[in-house]
Design a protein around this ligand. Structure first.
Ligand code: FAD
Length: 320
């Protein structure tokens, strides 16, 4: 029997959605190994959130202390590693968010554990779990076996449906925190949240994205996004040109999204862009060039000038 420890993420007084996708991944490992899922919840003043997680039928271990107020990996990692040891956890995982990517490698180092990042699914039989993960911008899927007794992983949230609430809640346990704030070499300098009326890119049901074809004019992209209640994304070419903010970038070195509808306008469809959006349920491409590679993966393709097609689409959406 092996325990699976999933690290929860929270913000604004609530558990982040990504946690429930990571939880589902943990539950799949537990099913394969016959183990039990535990959740680590760390922060300051987070005890009340323990019950929200326990509702999913998992045991929640809450480390609530002032030193854990900010998501500083240096402070959080020893608490998680000690908890993993105390539970005899065979697997420790989290969502592959900015925080998960920062924190879990430190946890792995402390546990002397091998790690698989951006995991898309699991394989293996006979109780051993292998990790399926993308390589070369998602053009190759590797089946990775981790040889160390403890295995650490981050999961791509778009690949796992969120966990469902259970009939019977799990227990909530307090975790002692012995981290000495004065020993930390990392200091929290501030947090500047980007406030937007639009949905968060990685959580949006619809994304409208623009590329170099916009020539820096995103008005048509943003107007269609607003008509659809969508988030706005961009190719790296648009971001590198300084036309739009960094956090709009979709792709291998940007965000990975899998909305129900992805509209790519003036984007050629380079493999590095596809790596971040090809899991979308329906892909619509608008491009002047009929030979643009994006049409090879699009469900609907429109060979058109985006400056004419997008306002026409937005007008139809508004009229409907
Ligand atoms: P282009 O390739 O220049 O395409 C512009 C398209 O717009 C063309 O197809 C053109 O026909 C069309 N067009 C022009 N005018 C119009 C119009 N009026 N109406 C309609 N269509 C029009 N890229 C990413 O996007 N995300 C990443 O995360 C990423 N990571 C990378 C990592 C590495 C290591 C490397 C090497 C590259 C990465 N790239 C990434 C860059 C990627 O290779 C491409 O250069 C980039 O995606 C191209 O952006 P684009 O499609 O907007 O521009």
């Amino acid at each position: 029997m092996s325990n699976v420890l999933i690290v929860a993420e929270h913000g604004g007084g609530a558990i982040r959605k990504s946690t429930f996708h990571a939880l589902a991944a943990g539950q799949e490992i537990a099913r394969r190994t016959g183990g039990k899922v535990h959740v680590a919840l760390l922060g300051k003043g987070v005890s009340a959130l323990g019950a929200d997680l326990a509702a999913y039928g998992v045991d929640v271990h809450v480390a609530d202390a002032p030193v854990l107020e900010h998501p500083i990996a240096e402070a959080l990692a020893p608490v998680i590693a000690d908890l993993a040891k105390a539970l005899g956890a065979s697997h420790v995982g989290a969502a592959a968010t900015a925080q998960g990517k920062d924190l879990l490698p430190r946890v792995a180092a402390r546990l002397g554990a091998g790690m698989a990042t951006e995991v898309l699914g699991f394989g293996g039989d006979g109780g051993g779990v292998t990790f399926r993960r993308p390589m070369w911008a998602g053009n190759v899927l590797a089946e990775v076996e981790i040889a160390t007794p403890v295995k650490v992983f981050t999961v791509r949230t778009t690949e796992f449906a969120p966990a469902q609430k259970a009939a019977a809640p799990g227990a909530v346990h307090p975790v002692p925190v012995t981290v000495d704030a004065s020993s930390l070499r990392t200091r929290h300098a501030g947090f500047r949240e980007v406030k937007s009326e639009r949905p968060e890119l990685t959580e949006a049901r619809i994304v409208v994205a623009g590329g170099r074809g916009t020539k820096g004019d995103f008005k048509a992209i943003e107007a269609l996004a607003d008509a659809l209640g969508a988030a706005v994304g961009a190719s790296r070419a648009a971001v590198d040109a300084g036309w739009v903010p960094n956090d709009w970038q979709v792709g291998q070195t940007g965000k990975v999204v899998a909305p129900e509808l992805y509209v790519a306008a003036g984007i050629s469809g380079a493999i590095q862009h596809l790596a971040g959006m090809k899991g979308s349920k329906v892909i619509v491409a608008v491009n002047k060039d009929p030979d643009a590679p994006i049409f090879q993966i699009a469900d609907y393709g429109l060979v058109a000038d985006l400056f004419q097609a997008l306002p026409a689409l937005a007008a139809k959406v508004k009229a409907s």
